[in-house]
Design a protein around this ligand. Sequence first.
Ligand code: AMP
Length: 249
Amino acid sequence: MTDAKPDRSAWLKGGNSKCQAKPAATGKPWRFVLLGAPGVGKGTQAELLTARLGACHLSTGDIFRAAKQLDERERTPALTAALEYMRRGELVPDSTVIDIVRERRECLKCESGFLLDGFPRTVAQADALEVLLKEEGLRLDAVLNYELPIELIVKRLSGRRTCPGCKAVYHIENRPPKKEGVCDNCGGELYHREDDRPESIRVRMEAYWKSTAPLTDFYNRRGLLLTIPANGTPEEIFNRTMEALHARS
Ligand code: AMP
């Protein structure tokens, strides 16, 4: 075990990459899926849940953002095409995303457990995940479904700023960094994600309602769904999440 921040290399880079630092073990490996529209604060909850429960934060959006930093010659054609979908705020085709997650199936077996964030995003992806988990003899503990009214979502996304270095997420009003435009953790220069701009937000919300919202039914039928109101501060939402988990166990 190590005190270093989990680097998620195996997930972000794929191939033969190995994680140098994993989340600190806390006993039981928790395995969750996080659901919710873009901007409900899943990424922030994932950070807090990782710190408390030790599960590794596996975000498919982070894989694509990491690929964006690579030289074009280092990317596969499928990844280059995926980044174009992402830039427009559209969903990347299921086959590409499912292949990417299958290639990283070791991460699902991680002894720290996992928090899948941004995957699955369609029923086809949820089916593929179910098959993968079955093949590995693993079960989900819960699907955490964060809900927030649309006006608040748009406000959150348009004020969101992200650190390119350590991926910390801020908000210009609700969670400002100590120094404007600079990451508190690593000093990185904060940026406004291309897909957090108004034109992309609209496309992403439509994709969510059409493709991802049906997953609440999918997981409800399997008795896994825990719906959590995502209004309030990150700490309040986190406390609600822990209460919902305790009430269930
Ligand atoms: P996120 O950070 O989860 O909001 O993802 C950012 C973007 O990456 C999305 O708007 C999609 O273009 C793409 N993406 C991430 N995960 C998936 C997925 N599971 N299926 C399809 N597209 C995805």
